[in-house]
Design a protein around this ligand. Structure first.
Ligand SMILES: Cc1cc2nc3c(=O)[nH]c(=O)nc-3n(C[C@H](O)[C@H](O)[C@H](O)COP(=O)(O)OP(=O)(O)OC[C@H]3O[C@@H](n4cnc5c(N)ncnc54)[C@H](O)[C@@H]3O)c2cc1C
Length: 259
């Protein structure tokens, strides 16, 4: 089986109903000078920000969408960025990684593969790239994860009761019971999948505190993929974030504080 690698898929994005918004402005007898090329996410943020001051028509300063959003960020008016969120499917990552990620509480939602409902007899394991660079480390690592998989299957065989349960509820709880016991043997490296939704403000926080940690390559790999995806969606919301590279070629999020 091929080695699992972190992969992030963007699976849901904001949609802006510009026609409705313009109809509202017409009703208010207001005009909005829109920026050519602004994406739906960027326009949602600008529209939300302008509502705060009704800065349309004569009250609209001659700023592009990107300049307007950069100003919001510089002023610390980042709650406006909460109006856009994206959903990602994150796969090929370890339980160690997701344990860190799900510590984030604000502006994020997670749904993760369950080790109680999902049989992990064929679990795969995410090898840290540092391990892959040393033959001795890789041999020790392979031995440990293989032993864990074997032990999981032995626990399954010893604990999974013969199907005497008469109801589906009872069968489900019996499965949950043996999987709960058997999963206790699985290592942090066990591969998992996670569906994550986050708003732009939460993502900026996540990228800043998680994507910049040199010693955490798996986190950097995922954060760099997320940053590339959201910059394609709404570069104006992430003008101060770039994907850089460390000397070993692995990605790192670089943040340039606004001047
Ligand atoms: C490099 C690094 C090392 C770490 N090491 C450890 C460790 O050794 N042990 C450990 O347990 N954790 C560790 N953590 C996890 C860390 O303590 C946080 O739990 C995690 O990063 C979530 O951060 P957060 O609270 O800023 O994010 P979120 O939960 O997403 O919150 C976002 C922001 O909202 C505000 N906020 C959220 N909740 C509250 C609240 N209740 N009250 C007031 N303001 C709030 C804060 O401004 C916060 O920064 C580490 C994190 C990093 C980045």
């Amino acid at each position: 089986m091929s080695r699992p690698m972190p992969a992030v898929y963007l699976v849901a994005r904001p949609q802006f109903d510009a026609e409705r918004f313009l109809a509202f402005l017409q009703h208010e007898n207001e005009r909005w000078q829109r920026s050519e090329g602004a994406t739906p996410s960027e326009e949602i943020v600008e529209a939300a920000g302008r509502i705060c001051y009704m800065s349309f028509g004569d009250r609209q300063a001659p700023r592009s969408n990107a300049e307007y959003i950069a100003h919001l960020i510089t002023m610390g008016h980042e709650s406006v960025l909460e109006h856009v969120s994206w959903s990602f499917l994150v796969t090929g990552v370890s339980r160690a990684f997701t344990h860190q990620l799900v510590r984030h509480r604000v502006g994020v939602a997670f749904s993760q593969l369950s080790q109680q409902y999902h049989d992990e007899s064929d679990a795969t394991f995410v090898m840290p790239s540092q391990v892959a660079r040393s033959a001795a480390a890789e041999a020790a690592w392979q031995q440990a994860v293989t032993a864990a998989r074997v032990a999981y299957r032995e626990l399954r065989d010893a604990l999974a009761p013969p199907s005497t349960a008469t109801t589906e509820d009872a069968r489900r709880e019996a499965r949950r019971a043996w999987r709960s016991a058997a999963r206790s043997i699985l290592p942090n490296a066990t591969e998992t999948k996670l569906f994550m939704t986050a708003n732009a403000r939460a993502l900026r926080h996540l990228l800043a505190v998680r994507g910049t940690v040199v010693g955490d390559e798996e986190m950097r790999q995922v954060m760099a993929q997320i940053l590339r995806l959201v910059r394609d969606e709404a570069a104006a919301l992430f003008p101060d974030f770039q994907v850089g590279a460390l000397p070993d070629g692995s990605p790192i999020v670089v943040r340039t504080p606004p001047s």
